[in-house]
Design a protein around this ligand. Structure first.
Ligand SMILES: Nc1ncnc2c1ncn2[C@@H]1O[C@H](COP(=O)(O)OP(=O)(O)OP(=O)(O)O)[C@@H](O)[C@H]1O
Ligand SMILES: [Mg+2]
Length: 227
């Protein structure tokens, strides 16, 4: 069953002297519980594509559909609520809220949507445990290492059982052992019964990509299947 698809996405940045086509006619779809990896050189358009897929940026043309709803046809408020409910997003630069503790950051998708935190205690415990964040929960982001911030960002993206996770380099700041732990967690979540989550991960990490069901290569804005 297809949960996500994008069709013929184009995104251009117009600079004074030339135009960069960061995403050039990209189409792909993701099934329920599927794990898709996108690799490619720096500057090839991976982050731009991920932002379009999550409806955080608007394309020049093309469409994105999640759970049968077309993102760019929604009103801004509706899109914001829809994203908050169904998507988890890990940004390349984490984007934690600097004045909230790690725990408050993790719980943000629940508090922002007025959802009951008590119902998610088991999930919180599981994520904190698997991401080894137990002793850092009451620290502010600036008191955490880059790798810890990255793991907080991942916990925040997963706390509300999203249908789809978009993660930009989720193991980029981690040593090999932590990166492998994060990769295993992502693979497990995807197979969980009932809540099977689809994952689209942008990564340079060959070991993470090796665990994906499908791998795409982004090159100069174009996406092609690698395996
Ligand atoms: N806001 C912007 N204005 C102008 N050009 C931009 C903007 N954002 C990205 N670009 C350009 O678009 C292209 C794709 O950038 P993008 O950040 O998507 O690459 P990436 O594949 O994620 O790279 P990396 O692996 O380094 O994160 C690059 O040439 C970049 O310079
Ligand atoms: Mg990037």
């Amino acid at each position: 069953m297809t949960v996500f698809s994008c069709n013929e996405l184009i995104k251009q940045y117009k600079l004074p002297d030339h135009v960069i086509t960061a995403v050039n006619r990209v189409s792909f779809s993701v099934n329920k519980g599927e794990f898709v990896a996108i690799m490619g050189e720096s500057g090839s358009g991976k982050s731009t594509l991920l932002h379009l897929c999550a409806g955080l940026d608007t394309p020049a043309s093309g469409s994105v559909t999640l759970l049968g709803k077309s993102l760019f046809q929604m009103k801004p408020n509706e899109l914001c609520r829809f994203r908050g409910k169904h998507m988890g997003i890990v940004f390349q630069d984490h984007r934690l809220v600097p004045y909230l503790t790690a725990l408050e950051n993790i719980l943000l998708p629940l508090s922002a949507a007025g959802r009951d935190i008590a119902n998610h205690e088991e999930r919180l415990k599981h994520l904190v445990d698997r991401l080894s964040l137990g002793d850092r929960l009451h620290h502010l982001p600036r008191e955490l290492s880059g790798g810890q911030q990255q793991r907080v960002a991942l916990a925040r993206a997963l706390i509300h059982f999203p249908m789809i996770l978009f993660a930009d380099e989720p193991t980029g700041n981690l040593d090999r052992e932590s990166a492998d732990r994060v990769s295993s967690l992502l693979c497990e979540l995807q197979k969980e019964e009932g809540t099977a989550q689809a994952t689209v991960v942008v990564t340079h990490d060959e070991r993470l990509a090796a665990r994906a069901d499908r791998v795409f290569l982004m090159k100069e804005g174009e996406l092609s299947p690698l395996r």
